[in-house]
Design a protein around this ligand. Structure first.
Ligand SMILES: CC(C)(COP(=O)(O)OP(=O)(O)OC[C@H]1O[C@@H](n2cnc3c(N)ncnc32)[C@H](O)[C@@H]1OP(=O)(O)O)[C@@H](O)C(=O)NCCC(=O)NCCS
Length: 168
């Protein structure tokens, strides 16, 4: 899985994407500190210990560098987590990890999280973002015109320790 490069000065506008999500009853927003364990636990359960670690790093930063997608809360129902996206978690300037609950995929949530995260990166001062170990390369190329960085495998991940569970 190669890294990819994104031009943050040519991003699609965020407002229409947020509006489209709102019409579907989905909120895209920066996570709050008190939500750390909720998001970390979710990332571990749905994805991996590596991703749990990266979400923890995102919550150690202020502003929190994790954007979440939730259902709109009502008077009777609290909001439910549908997905997340982080930046400045693997390394400074890196986007990821990101994930959407399996049953929620295909509704534009991954795209909304991606675009919201890219705008957040631009707003904190980056000119380019690096998508670390991009799995769905076509998704990033299509949504953002991201380009694959040559010879970036294993790149920064070379020699990475296995997760704690795999070591024990
Ligand atoms: C990748 C992921 C975040 C996409 O989320 P999603 O909510 O299903 O994606 P969306 O509904 O926003 O898709 C938006 C568009 O991208 C396309 N797309 C989605 N996943 C894609 C993929 N893996 N490859 C190519 N295109 C993809 C969709 O078809 C859609 O196209 P459209 O605009 O023409 O309709 C989600 O599939 C996921 O959580 N995957 C597992 C974790 C993962 O691989 N994360 C990325 C790590 S780098």
């Amino acid at each position: 899985m190669p890294d990819m490069l994104v031009k943050l000065y040519e991003l699609p506008p965020l407002a229409p994407v947020l509006e489209e999500m709102k019409q579907k009853g989905i909120v895209i927003r920066t996570a709050l500190g008190p939500e750390m364990k909720a998001v970390c636990g979710w990332a571990k359960e749905h994805f991996s210990e590596y991703w749990e670690s990266e979400v923890e790093v995102a919550f150690a930063r202020l502003p929190v560098s994790c954007i979440i997608a939730t259902t709109e809360p009502t008077d009777t129902e609290r909001s439910k987590l549908l997905g997340f996206a982080c930046y400045d978690s693997t390394l400074r300037g890196f986007f990821g990890p990101t994930g959407v609950a399996e049953e929620t995929r295909g509704q534009g949530v991954g795209k909304a999280l991606l675009i919201a995260c890219m705008h957040a990166m631009r707003d904190v001062g980056y000119g380019y973002a690096i998508i670390g170990g991009a799995g769905p390369v076509d998704f990033y190329a299509k949504q953002l015109g991201a380009i694959v960085i040559d010879d970036s495998v294993p790149g920064v991940y070379r020699g990475m320790l296995p997760t704690y569970t795999l070591q024990t």
